[in-house]
Design a binder for this molecule. Sequence first.
Ligand code: PLP
Length: 393
Amino acid sequence: MKLSSAMSRLGTETAFEVLVRARALEAQGREVVHLEIGEPDFDTPSNIIEAACKALHSGYTHYGPAAGLPALREAVAAEVSRSRKIKVTPDQVVVTPGGKPIMFYTILALAEKGDEVMYPNPGFPIYESMINFVGAKPVPLPLLEEREFRVDTEYLRKKITKKTKLIIINSPHNPCGSMLSKKDLKEIADAAIEHDIPVLSDEIYCRDVYEGKFESITQFPGMPERTIILDGFSKTYAMTGWRMGYGVMPADFAAQVAKLQTNAASCTASFSQMAGVEALTGPQDEAHRMVAAFKERRDLIVKGLNEIPGIRCLLPKGAFYVFPNIKEAMKRGKFPTAKAFADALLQEAGVAALSGTAFGQYGEGYLRFSYANSIPNIKKALQRIGEFVEKHK
Ligand code: PLP
């Protein structure tokens, strides 16, 4: 089949490829510690599972409105109004199968050939993939360790042109675990308002915060009317396989995004949406317990990595990833790239991780470990990484 030229520009998520390689090693009898995939190792809280079963038995097995069931749009509007301290109405909410389609729909709706879109680099790989796919030019916002992996807002301002159609931000951040400060967000908001540019604010890790408090760019006057918030259930409620997410945006834009959803998926599974209502309105204890567990694991992995010669790791403030600098260890072990290091770490030591470059060119010299894994597994991984670095010095 002859593919369209757009297909040659489509990227992917390396995490799934590394998972396949790790599984192949396991099939040969090797034991692998999985620190590559970004999903909570916990089960979905039982009250949410029960709500889904009840919905299945009560007829929520049919198509629903493209933008989502009224009950869930109301629950999302109430939750986002409460957590961001802004007024959100249900007609501003579009429920999607996971938060990811919000990236897809937003970029598709706002950018095309000849346009420019700014995005964090390193950053979630689908931003760059989709910008390329629609034929727009990706304009990276480098996140550097010396700035604690935060956006350089002066640089952002300098890079704005008449062609800039969208700015993407992500805080807490995947893969760096960094968070934008209120001041950073204010400066980005000022630039967006001055140049009349919409912002896609990926806030999927907003509840996975361990230092300070989460801040949304929508808190600044002038921003709710130009911001698309991306959020969802995958990370907070350990619901990755349910495919449940949402976007919150101006109502007229929500109608356009809903039209894209009609064309792509029709709607999100109805019984999943009823489980989503329970997730947002039911008890939050299990969600809080998961955050407390992630914090304990973060502290363990950061301390352990910093004890390994040639590796240096900042303390991430949120999400569930660490992004250690391995440049010294790479040099000593003669690994030309972070990818070569990550490949050898999997092959020789049985620890699956992602190279920083899986998140863009500014990730060279870094690895990403997801610490959404048990304490014993993290301890085992640290032991193996230490031995691997010792062997290659
Ligand atoms: N945004 C970021 C930064 C992510 O890391 C992810 C998942 O890894 C998503 C969005 C999408 O998650 P989902 O589609 O499962 O809601």
